[in-house]
Design a protein around this ligand. Structure first.
Ligand code: BF8
Length: 636
């Protein structure tokens, strides 16, 4: 049997042999050393919730079928899953809380490093949240929007749904979710409820837990939605921007600062300060000044809004350091491998942690605070310039690989492009082309990289297949990173891979929007937290057609999913009615009840359901089949 390739990323393939030669361990080495991985864990039938355990269920039926407390495989699998959802929802919504609190500070005049960059969007949000913004001072509107958002973390009445959930979905979907008892009233309370109901001796009913899984995922949706929208208010709503991706964006003659993690509250200020400190970098010998690059979702955030190039996505974060050219890797929260400080120890690179609750042994900690954001950012940039002075140029190996990438397709940017085709009715050209079959459907790619599969390969393979079948594609998170690094966010990719009718539509819209050619093959919609941008477009289409989301020819795919956040996103996509593909075998297969619920019963309850398929070509077929089924349902 041939060994699975680690990656299709040429920059990573260039660097891995160098890492091996230098004796530097990477994620792929640790993955190989971890094999064979625990079969009980893979099936989700290991329980570590109390100290009578750990308990594990024998999947072959010969050994124990219940844990010491009596929990069976279904209870254990459902409990493990719902705790993953709680982890994902906590991560996204804590990020959202941070943004909402920053907006509140701006409204109250306490955060000089920030301002309201998109006033119109703020007013639109205030309208949506029924806050009657007309005639009010913009700072007052900011305060009211922030408080209405924070209410989604504090409301105690179970009967009132979260503002950001009920105001952003179709009315029919809201009714369905309320009827099922899965609409969140308070994000934090739902997360606490999950931790409570999974404490030893609580909820043992797998189906009841699965309804809790849906509710937890919708709490995740709520936190994500407000996070994206309020980030746009503070940092600007993305518009198409041409930039570049892959490790070739690092510069030999610059102080390279890689911003990594998720929260733009930090990275935005670092970008501002870096611009101001260019001269200091030059004085230190960096002819090209400061070069800020992005990694993971922070990378997507600054790429979308500022055209900052993306160095790499999740699985290859260590490789950025192995180029020997990264002077500082500045991290905030989520998806930061603790291994990076070990790799950095082989070079001059400073890993700088910035958040009190996210520290890594071996890193330098520079506490970041919104009220003194400029000072913290300045200190961070100074540390980077200092590190540059210690850089050993003999160790520098920047792979000569980078691709052009067009990013910045927020829902508003897509509407703006469509309005160039039809100013009065921007959705009409999109809907007409879906109805006449020029666009067969829409696929949203989300989620991570995962060592279980060849890095980026599932994304690229599925996208090329769907492109042939004239499916319009959107991407976020490390999926967007995969497409950007591999050249699928270009006009050339549209020419090369899109089916004829899709190509014609993308060309017509692109030309009307002044792009002098087609839109890129895959539209970059932002970071992982920005998946709700796609929901915004889908809800607008559904409302215009007068149908619910589960009738639309829209599918989702997380072909290399890894994180708890990805599990939560995929689950809310199902809750919203979308057929949702996962390209990794999820850790739930030890329970037929859980597996059947998520892949079959969910369809009856919600319209959406999970498709589990590890072969990317077969996955593309199944996604296209789901699209065709939806088209048939609409008689188009
Ligand atoms: O939030 S896609 S590996 S970086 S979890 Fe993480 Fe997955 Fe990347 Fe962004 Ni999302």
């Amino acid at each position: 049997m041939s060994k699975m390739k680690n990656t299709i990323d040429p920059a990573v393939n260039y660097l891995l042999p160098l890492a091996k030669k230098a004796g530097i361990e990477t994620v792929w080495d640790r993955f190989a050393a971890m094999k064979p991985q625990c079969g009980f864990g893979e099936l989700g039938i290991c329980c570590r919730i109390c100290w009578k355990g750990p308990c594990r269920i024998d999947p072959f039926g010969n050994g124990p079928q219940r844990g010491v407390c009596g929990a069976d495989a279904h209870t254990i699998v459902a409990r493990n899953l719902i705790r993953m959802i709680a982890g994902g929802a906590a991560a996204h919504s804590d990020h959202g809380r941070h943004i909402a609190l920053t907006l509140l500070e701006v409204g109250e005049g306490h955060a000089p490093a920030y301002r309201i960059k998109d006033e119109q969007k703020l007013r639109n949000i205030a309208e949506k949240l029924n806050l009657a913004p007309a005639g009010k001072d913009i700072r007052q509107v900011a305060k009211e929007v922030a408080l209405a958002s924070l209410e989604d973390y504090s409301r105690q009445k179970y009967s009132i749904s979260c503002n950001w959930a009920k105001e952003t979905l179709t009315a029919e979907r809201v009714d369905k979710l309320v009827e099922l008892g899965v609409m969140p009233h308070n994000i934090d309370a739902v997360i606490a409820e999950i931790m409570h109901r999974t404490h030893v001796g609580c909820d043992a009913d797998a189906v009841n837990l699965l309804l809790g899984v849906i509710k937890g995922a919708l709490a995740d949706y709520t936190g994500m939605y407000l996070s994206t929208e309020l980030s746009d208010v503070l940092f600007g709503t993305p518009e198409p921007v041409v930039t570049a991706a892959n490790l070739g964006v690092l510069k030999k003659d610059a102080v390279n600062i890689a911003v990594h993690g998720h929260n733009p509250v930090l990275s935005e200020v670092i970008c501002d300060v870096a611009l101001k400190m260019n001269e200091e970098a030059k004085k230190a010998g960096a002819k090209e000044g400061i070069n800020v690059v992005g990694i993971c979702c922070t990378g997507n955030e600054v790429m979308m809004r500022r055209g900052i190039p993306l160095a790499t996505n999740y699985l290859s974060q260590e490789l950025a350091i192995i180029t020997g050219a990264v002077d500082a890797m500045v991290v905030d929260v989520q998806c930061i491998m603790p291994a990076i400080t070990g790799v950095a120890g082989c070079f001059h690179t400073e890993v700088i942690t910035t958040i009190a609750t996210n520290k890594i042994p071996g890193a330098t900690h520079v506490e970041f605070r919104e009220d003194s954001a400029f000072d913290s950012a300045k200190k961070i940039v100074e540390v980077a310039i200092d590190a540059f002075k210690r850089r050993d140029n003999r160790k520098v190996n920047i792979p000569d690989y980078k691709q052009t990438a067009i990013a910045g397709f927020s829902a508003e940017a897509i509407m703006a492009a469509l309005s160039k085709v039809n100013a009065k009715d921007p959705l009409k050209p999109l809907i007409d082309n879906i109805v006449n079959g020029n666009i067969q459907g829409i696929a949203l790619f989300a989620g991570c990289n995962n060592t279980q599969v060849t890095q980026d390969n599932n994304f690229i393979t599925i996208a090329k297949e769907l492109a042939k079948n004239n499916v319009l594609m959107l991407a976020t998170g490390c999926g967007a990173g995969a497409f950007a690094k591999n050249g699928l966010m270009t006009q050339e990719a549209t020419e090369a891979y899109a089916g004829d009718s899709l190509k014609a539509v993308l060309t017509a819209i692109g030309k009307s929007a002044g792009l002098n050619g087609p839109l890129p093959l895959v539209l970059h919609m932002g970071s992982c937290v920005d998946n709700t941008r796609a929901v915004k477009v889908a809800v607008a289409v559904a409302n215009k057609l007068g149908v619910d989301l589960d009738k639309l020819p829209v599918v989702a795919s997380a072909p290399e999913a890894m994180a708890e956040k990805a599990v939560a996103i995929a689950t809310w996509a199902v809750a919203l009615g979308l057929p949702t593909h996962i390209g990794i075998v999820p850790q739930i297969m030890g329970s037929s009840v859980v597996a059947k619920f998520l892949t079959e019963k969910a369809k009856d309850l919600l319209g959406g359901y999970f498709i589990v398929e590890t072969d990317p070509k077969k996955a593309a077929d199944q996604l296209f089949t789901a699209i065709k089924e939806r088209r048939k349902g609409l008689s188009i």
